[in-house]
Design a binder for this molecule. Structure first.
Ligand SMILES: NC(=O)c1ccc[n+]([C@@H]2O[C@H](COP(=O)([O-])OP(=O)(O)OC[C@H]3O[C@@H](n4cnc5c(N)ncnc54)[C@H](O)[C@@H]3O)[C@@H](O)[C@H]2O)c1
Length: 447
């Protein structure tokens, strides 16, 4: 570290809560971080390119279901919080956390355009003495090979004038036990000074502690490893589901019994396909980067293959059930999909397998409606734009039982599954949501 950077001054500002923390990208990851730093006593600047989010934060309105408007109201009323769309304001912050999307392109390759765009905007306002931390999930090497060069186009030198680190966000939206402040924070820096200052900052918000690793690339690999671990294990139980089903064995019963083993087993559950902004996407960040090293990632790709075959598999199970029970095909059948969100009790539809299922059912001529208390209307992005604007039916319509089959895709806790089964001639359940229903069990088919 040279004269370009007074590390002690920044550390002191952090310790005394005099540092201003800027969070770029105020979505599912960024907004909880804003709250955490604000609650810890810091002045927080929220920056997003979406003016609607900034307007809502100013008005004290929440746009994420599991973050209450009372919390956002507290932020809006606070003198220590401000939301902005003006990148010039970033120059005034001491620490800048980047939480922008890292999706895939239509060719299933990493799309770093948001990270690059952010870095370019930041480079224009960067000043000596700041620390920049990337939190978006990405492949090993992004901080060093993509973020740093763009920041250095400002003329400032990383490690001398500004510090750069990577710390993956491990947020699990809707998890009531582990929120941003309880989950240990893994931190890797571009040099030890960056890592130490980043740890100091996160120590202020997490009771879970910080976990130092030797480089930014290692921290990037940690995040991918965690999500690939999930993707691979979900693929395994999906495969087991198909084979056990043919043997007349209930995979859910198997998992429930297996998980009583106190060591060496961790339960994962089958489903209609992967969803959300992480598990279906992140493994491809690694497989893409691995090609640069001419190293195959067969295991990871096989998991992707099995998981992406699940939507077609469960639709086929629904078709067979309609055929066997009512001598009916999917064409013209009234199918009520239960749940559109990618997982239970969240209002997030990104990468939800429900979108794929709705499209598949439509292609096969089914008349599809859906019920989801958290997704009153479908707003899609690049994928399945043709489904945008469709509305959830009301619960009364579910109970009216005008459908041939209910198709449980997301197992929201608030749904009365006994009432659903009572109102439905057939229930095809991809989540074992009906496990506690005792009446009319003959109407239920697990898929
Ligand atoms: N959602 C999760 O559960 C989760 C968990 C762990 C990690 N992550 C990772 O965190 C990152 C963010 O995910 P998210 O779910 O919060 O996404 P999100 O879409 O909810 O939020 C991203 C926000 O960034 C804003 N944005 C886009 N481009 C911008 C720019 N150039 N400048 C400023 N703001 C910009 C968007 O308007 C949006 O508000 C991704 O890399 C994701 O993989 C997400």
């Amino acid at each position: 570290m040279t004269e370009g950077f007074d590390m002690q001054a920044l550390t002191r500002r952090i310790d005394e809560r005099k540092a201003t923390v800027a969070v770029i990208g105020l979505g599912y990851v960024g907004l909880p971080l804003v709250l955490a730093f604000h609650d810890a006593g810091f002045a927080v600047l929220g920056f997003d390119t979406d003016p609607e989010k900034v307007r809502k934060l100013d008005a004290g309105e929440s746009y994420i279901r599991h973050i209450g408007s009372d919390e956002i109201g507290r932020l809006a009323a606070s003198r220590r919080f401000e939301a902005t769309t003006d990148p010039a304001r970033l120059g005034g912050a001491d620490a800048i956390l980047i939480c922008v999307p890292t999706p895939l392109t239509r060719y299933r390759e990493p799309d770093l355009s948001y990270v690059e765009g952010t870095a370019r905007a930041l480079a224009e306002h960067l000043r000596a003495g700041q620390i920049v931390i990337l939190e978006s999930t990405t492949y090993p090497g992004t901080t060093d090979e993509v973020l740093k060069p763009i920041l250095e186009s400002s003329g400032l030198v990383c490690g001398r004038d500004v510090l750069v680190a990577y710390s993956p966000e491990r947020e699990d939206p809707g998890n009531a036990v582990y929120n941003t402040t309880r989950i240990p924070k893994v931190v890797g820096g571009d040099g030890e000074a960056a890592r130490d200052v980043a740890c100091r900052l996160y120590d202020a918000i997490t009771s879970g502690g910080t976990v130092q690793v030797s480089s930014a690339a290692t921290a990037e690999a940690v995040k991918l490893t965690e999500n690939i671990f999930r993707a691979v294990n979900i693929a395994l139980v999906n495969e087991l589901k198909v084979v056990y089903d043919k043997m007349g064995i209930d995979v859910w019963e198997v998992i429930d019994a297996a998980k009583t083993k106190p060591f060496g087993f961790m339960p994962f559950y089958p489903g209609p396909g992967l969803g959300g902004h992480c598990i279906p996407i992140d493994p491809f960040y690694l497989t893409w980067k691995a090609r640069e090293f001419e190293t195959p990632t067969r295991f990871v790709e096989l998991a992707g293959e099995i998981n992406s075959a699940m939507p077609a598999h469960v639709v086929q199970r629904l078709a067979e059930a309609l055929n066997d029970r009512f001598a009916k095909g999917l064409k013209g059948a009234k199918v009520l999909m239960m749940g559109m969100a990618y997982k239970k009790d969240v209002d997030d539809i990104r990468e939800s397998p429900a979108l794929k299922l709705m499209a598949l059912l439509g292609e096969r001529g089914a008349e599809v409606s859906y019920y989801d208390p958290f997704i009153p209307v479908i707003r899609t992005g690049r994928e399945h734009a043709e489904l945008s604007g469709r509305h959830s039916v009301a619960w009364d319509e579910v109970l009216a039982g005008r459908h041939d089959a209910a198709f449980i895709v997301t197992d929201h806790s608030a749904v009365d599954y006994a009432a659903l089964v009572a109102a439905s001639p057939l229930v095809v359940d991809t989540r074992n949501a009906t496990r506690a229903v005792t009446k009319h069990r003959e109407r239920i088919v697990r898929a």
